[in-house]
Structures are given as structure tokens and as C-alpha cells.
Design a protein. Structure first.
Length: 393
């Protein structure tokens, strides 16, 4: 046990020495490190030597004693750097730093790393992880595992929550029906899909200004209406599955322009429907999208408990379900014309069979005569070629 503790302490001291060297050499320049925001999950770029004038190791600052302390020109601590190996830093470090507005950054030597396999010997796996992390520290590939920084996004005025990043992209793709170029609008919220039903009024205006047609249409695939992209040439909707979930959708979409903005706040826009649960209300209409879809349903008068897919088309061409049922019946049973043709064919008799047999024998004799005739002509041509060659000689 003593040997293991001694090796851990030596690795910890080695990591502290490496970090201290980087901090001292980078004073007056920059020392970049990556970190993940505690609230929104964005990747942050941090300068560890910002406003730094000196670096002290294991120096007591008030009631705490961090591994590395960064001081400014007025000898005021601005940043604590902790190297975590087998034990976490004391809790009073974070409390003191929070009270005095001091940033705290932690580098965990035993943090999980990529390309480190899972083995039965956990001690071996942990040692490989620490060695990989020490190599990263020497190469200045710094990744902060824990910090006390606040989110850098703008916040909601009502609840002070970080606002989500909403992106509306206008892409150029090919229509699945007419194969013509068509502009479509797709949305993303913090790298997650944002369907057109959840666009705000400003986003809908942006989409309209860029020549994208969005209409509330019925989709027979999902059996519901939604705000869909429409092709101006053939008036067909461009399904969201091909725009969002198709694994090859990015390969066929050419980006044209995009709009990025923070907000509105999801917490303030969250409403509760007694029938469908929580939903987002960005427009202030206080209407559940699922309730709106149900209210827009047109029930078929001919088939009970079935929604009419195309009411306007059914008034012109008849009921969709009845036409589909009659079409399936026609496909299953042979047509009347085929039946009449089969009835008009004469029945096969013994005499007709003998006639067919004689006809087949005549065809065989004719083919045999043709083959013999062709062979005789070939022999004659060869005989004609012989004397001519002799005369030439």
C-alpha cells in the first residue's frame, strides 16, 4: 500500500510541475484550454494565464492551499488550478473562491480517455489513463474536467436561464417527385432537430423572405398535418424524414443561408396540456400543437373512425377509401375484358392437337433444309476460291 501511495503522489507532483512550467512560460502570452459549460454543454475556450502576473505553488491563500495559484499585478488571486489524482480538492476551496470571485479549474488525471480499452485489471487501465493524461499535459493539449465558470450565453430576463441557440438553415435540394431544385427550411436547437411547427414568427418571416414555401399539409406517412416544405413546381410536400433523419440528407442538401439567434426561453415557453402533457408555446397562442392537429382532422363520412386524407380531392374524384377498395378488387380479380378473351378462345380438340404437331414437324424440316442449304453455299464458295488462287500462281 505504501508503494502505491508513493507512486500516486509522484505522479501528482509530476503533473503539478508540468502545469506550473506551462503557466510560468505563458505569462504575457496565452495558454488555451478546452472546457464544457456546466449549464448548456457548449465547448468553451479558456485562457489560463489571462491577467496573470505570477504563479505560486502550494501557497496558502486565506484558509485554502491550492496546488497552483495565479495572481494578477496587484497580487490578488484570480485563478486556482487543482490537479486531481486520487482525492478531490477540499470543499472550502470552492466556497472561498465563490465568495472572492476566483476561478477554479480542475484537471483529473484519472478521467476516462478515448482509445483506452476496458480490461479486467483496473489498476493497469488506470495507470494507462494517467500516462495518457500526462502526455496530453506535456503537449499542452489541456482539457479542463471541472470548473466554476458561469455560462457565457445570454440569459432569460424572467427566469435567468441560458437561452438556447436556434439555427434556421435554408438548403437547396431535389424534389422527390419532379426532380427540380427546391428550397427547404430546416431548424436546429442546440444541435437537436427543430421541426417547422415550432418556428417563431421571426423565423417564419425569415423563411418566407428566402423563397421557401411552408404550408400546413396532410402527410399520409405520419397520418397527420404539419407545417411542411412544399415544392413550387409540383405542389408536393418534402417530408421531414428526408430532411432530418435520412443518413444521406446532408449529401444532397446545398446550404444557401442560415439564421442563428438565442432564445426564446424553453422554460418560460413550456405549457402543460391535460391531454398531451408538456408542449412549447413560442407564439403566445396557448394552443397545444397536438390539440390543433386533432381539431384539423376531417373524418370520412363513408368509413367510420377514419380520417379523410384529401377532402378537396374526394369531392372532385370521389371518396379515397372507396376508390382504393375498388382498385384493390380490380387488381385481385381478372378484368372482364380478359375473361371475354379467354371465353372467345376455341377449345382445344384432338384434331387441333394433331395439326399443331404437323406444323411443328414442318418447321423442323424447313429449318433442316435451311441449314443444309447454307452449308452447300459455303462449300461452293470454297471451291470457287481454289482455282482462282491456282490461276494466279
Amino acid at each position: 500500500m505504501a508503494r502505491k501511495r508513493q507512486s500516486n503522489e509522484s505522479l501528482h507532483r509530476q503533473a503539478v510541475s508540468i502545469m506550473e512550467k506551462h503557466l510560468r512560460e505563458s505569462i504575457g502570452a496565452t495558454l488555451e484550454a478546452d472546457a464544457r459549460c456546466n449549464e448548456c454543454g457548449d465547448t468553451l475556450s479558456i485562457d489560463l494565464v489571462k491577467d496573470a502576473s505570477s504563479v505560486e505553488r502550494n501557497k496558502s491563500v486565506g484558509p485554502v492551499r491550492p496546488d497552483l495559484s495565479v495572481f494578477d499585478a496587484n497580487s490578488r488571486p484570480v485563478r486556482f488550478v487543482e490537479i486531481v489524482d486520487s482525492h478531490k480538492p477540499e470543499s472550502n476551496v470552492h466556497e472561498y473562491a465563490l465568495e472572492n470571485e476566483i476561478e477554479v479549474f480542475e484537471f483529473h488525471l484519472n478521467a476516462a480517455r478515448e482509445l483506452v480499452g476496458r480490461r479486467r485489471n483496473r489498476a493497469l487501465d488506470a495507470s494507462l489513463t494517467i500516462k495518457a493524461r500526462l502526455k496530453e499535459l506535456r503537449a499542452k493539449r489541456l482539457t479542463v474536467d471541472a470548473h466554476t465558470l458561469l455560462c457565457q450565453r445570454p440569459r432569460c430576463e424572467e427566469c435567468s436561464s441560458p437561452l438556447p441557440l436556434r439555427t434556421i438553415a435554408i438548403n437547396l435540394t431535389d424534389c422527390w417527385k419532379c426532380q427540380q431544385n427546391v428550397k427547404v427550411a430546416v431548424g436546429y436547437k442546440d444541435h437537436c432537430d427543430l421541426e417547422q411547427d415550432f418556428f417563431t414568427d421571426e423565423e417564419l418571416e425569415f423563411v418566407k423572405e428566402n423563397g421557401v414555401i411552408l404550408e400546413r399539409r396532410f402527410s399520409s406517412t405520419i397520418k397527420a398535418r404539419y407545417l411542411a416544405n412544399v415544392c413550387p413546381q409540383c405542389d408536393q410536400i418534402q417530408g421531414n424524414w428526408f430532411l432530418y433523419q435520412d443518413p444521406l440528407h446532408d449529401r444532397f442538401n446545398l446550404p444557401q443561408t442560415r439564421r442563428e439567434a438565442y432564445g426564446p426561453c424553453d422554460k418560460c415557453a413550456t405549457r402543460v396540456c391535460m391531454s398531451h402533457g408538456e408542449y412549447f408555446d413560442y407564439t403566445g397562442n396557448m394552443q397545444c400543437i397536438e390539440c390543433v392537429k386533432e381539431s384539423e382532422k376531417t373524418m370520412c363520412p363513408n368509413v367510420p373512425e377514419s380520417e379523410c386524407f384529401y377532402p378537396d380531392r374526394c369531392q372532385e374524384r370521389g371518396c379515397y377509401f372507396q376508390n382504393r377498395q375498388s382498385l384493390s378488387i380490380q387488381q385481385e380479380s381478372p378484368s372482364t375484358q380478359d375473361q371475354t378473351e379467354q371465353l372467345s378462345l376455341p377449345l382445344e380438340t384432338p384434331s387441333s392437337r394433331s395439326e399443331k404437331k404437323e406444323m411443328s414437324e414442318e418447321w423442323r424440316e424447313f429449318n433442316r433444309w435451311i441449314s443444309e442449304r447454307s452449308s452447300d453455299t459455303n462449300d461452293h464458295d470454297r471451291s470457287d476460291c481454289g482455282p482462282k488462287s491456282e490461276s494466279l500462281e
